[in-house]
Design a binder for this molecule. Structure first.
Ligand SMILES: [Zn+2]
Length: 365
C-alpha cells in the first residue's frame, strides 16, 4: 500500500488519502469495494469487451477536499482516483436536496424542520466517517439520498473508467507521452477539439454503462449496498427517473461557471447542457437495445424533459439560485450545436480510428 501510494504520488504529484483510518462501513471504503467489483464485472464479462488487453486496476482517493477525479496509467496498471471531496460533496448534495420537503414529497415523511441553513460537511477521523450537517430526518428520505448519491458517483467513476476502456489513456501515453486525464488539468498538450472529443466519448461510456449496470445488470454487491427499506420504496419504473434526476443534479452542481459563448470552443468540456443532451440521447440507445418496445422514444423524451425541468427547479430552489436563462439559451445556440456536429465528425474521422488499437470496449459509431 505504501509503495503504491508513493507510485501514485510520483505519477500525479498528489497525496493519497489513506482510508485505513476509516471504518469498513465508511463511504470511502464501501466505494473502493464497489468500484473494484464493477471492474471485475467488466473483465469477467467477455461480451462487454471485444479485445482482451489485460491490465491491472487500482482505485483510490487523493487527499483533496475539492470535487475532482483523475484517470492515469503506469506500465501494467490503470488507475482511477477521486478527490475524497468528491465522495463528500456528492452525498452532501443529495442530502441537502432531500432535506427540501418539496423534493419527492411522496417518499417518506418530509419535514420543513429539515430545511434549515446549509452547513458544509466535514471529514472527521475520530468518528471514522464523514459528518454531514444537513439532510432529511426521515430514514426513507435518507436512503433515497444515498441511492441518488450512488447513481451520481457511479457515473463519475464510469466516466474515468471510460478513459481507460476506450483506450484514451494508452493512446495518450503512446502518442503524447502523457499519463493522465483529469477534471481540472490544464497542462495537457492535447488541443481543445481532441480533448472535448475524448471527454464526450468518456461521457458516452459512462451514460451507456451506468444504464447497463444500474438497471439491467445489478451486481449482487450493489443489492447488498442498500437497506431493504430502500429496495421497497424504489419502484423499478421510477429508477430511470431517479437516474436522470441524479445525473442532472450533478451537472447543475458542476455548472458553477456560467456558459461563455465567446470561448466555449477552447474549453476542455462542452457546455454542460450539451453534455447532458448527448448523455441522455445515447442512454436511450442503450435502454432501447435492452428493453426495446417497452419504452417508446416519445415516452422517454417526455420523462426526460419533465425530470430535467423538475431537477433544475428543485436544485435552484434548494440552493437559492435563479434560473440562468442566458445560460440556457446560449448553450443551446446554433453556434454550439454546429460545434457539436464538428466534434462528432472529428470523432468519426480522426479520433475513433486512432483509438481502435488501444480500446478494450466497442467504440461508439
Ligand atoms: Zn474526463
Amino acid at each position: 500500500m505504501n509503495n503504491l501510494s508513493s507510485v501514485v504520488t510520483k505519477l500525479t504529484g498528489k497525496s493519497v488519502f489513506n482510508t485505513e483510518y476509516y471504518s469498513a462501513n465508511s463511504f470511502f471504503n464501501i466505494y473502493i469495494k464497489y468500484f473494484n467489483s464493477i471492474v471485475n464485472g467488466f473483465n469477467s464479462n467477455p461480451t462487454s469487451l471485444n479485445k482482451h488487453i489485460k491490465r491491472n486496476f487500482n482505485f483510490g482517493y487523493f487527499e483533496d477536499l475539492s470535487f475532482g477525479g483523475k484517470a492515469f496509467i503506469n506500465e501494467e496498471t490503470d488507475f482511477v482516483y477521486l478527490n475524497c471531496g468528491t465522495i463528500v460533496y456528492i452525498h452532501d448534495l443529495f442530502l441537502k436536496l432531500l432535506a427540501n420537503p418539496t423534493v419527492f414529497p411522496e417518499i417518506g415523511t418530509p419535514s420543513i424542520n429539515d430545511y434549515i441553513i446549509h452547513k458544509e460537511p466535514e471529514i472527521n477521523n475520530g468518528e471514522n466517517q464523514i459528518i454531514f450537517h444537513n439532510g432529511p430526518s426521515d430514514s426513507l428520505r435518507q436512503d433515497l439520498a444515498l441511492f441518488l448519491s450512488h447513481l451520481a458517483l457511479t457515473y463519475v467513476t464510469l466516466h474515468e473508467l471510460g478513459h481507460h476502456y476506450n483506450g484514451h489513456m494508452l493512446y495518450l501515453n503512446t502518442v503524447l507521452n502523457e499519463n493522465s486525464l483529469d477534471m481540472d488539468n490544464n497542462s495537457s498538450t492535447l488541443n481543445p477539439l481532441d480533448y472535448q472529443t475524448l471527454e464526450m466519448d468518456a461521457d458516452a461510456f459512462a451514460a451507456t454503462t451506468s444504464i447497463n449496470f444500474i438497471f439491467f445488470n445489478l451486481p449482487e454487491y450493489q443489492k447488498n449496498l442498500f437497506p431493504p427499506s430502500l429496495i421497497q420504496i424504489i419502484k423499478e419504473s421510477d429508477i430511470l427517473k431517479y437516474w436522470i434526476f441524479s445525473i442532472h443534479s450533478l451537472f447543475c452542481f458542476l455548472n458553477k461557471n456560467n456558459f461563455n459563448a465567446e470561448n466555449f470552443a477552447d474549453k476542455k468540456y462542452l457546455p454542460l447542457r450539451i453534455r447532458q443532451f448527448l448523455n441522455f440521447d445515447i442512454a436511450y440507445t442503450t435502454l432501447a437495445s435492452i428493453i426495446g418496445d417497452n419504452l417508446p422514444r416519445k415516452d422517454y423524451e417526455f420523462l426526460l424533459q419533465n425530470t430535467v425541468v423538475y431537477t433544475e427547479e428543485k436544485f435552484n430552489q434548494t440552493f437559492e439560485k435563479n434560473m440562468d436563462e442566458l445560460d440556457l439559451l446560449s448553450s443551446t445556440s446554433t453556434t454550439v450545436l454546429n460545434h457539436v456536429t464538428k466534434i462528432n465528425d472529428h470523432w468519426k474521422n480522426s479520433i475513433k480510428p486512432k483509438l481502435e488499437k488501444f480500446s478494450r470496449a466497442t467504440l461508439a459509431e
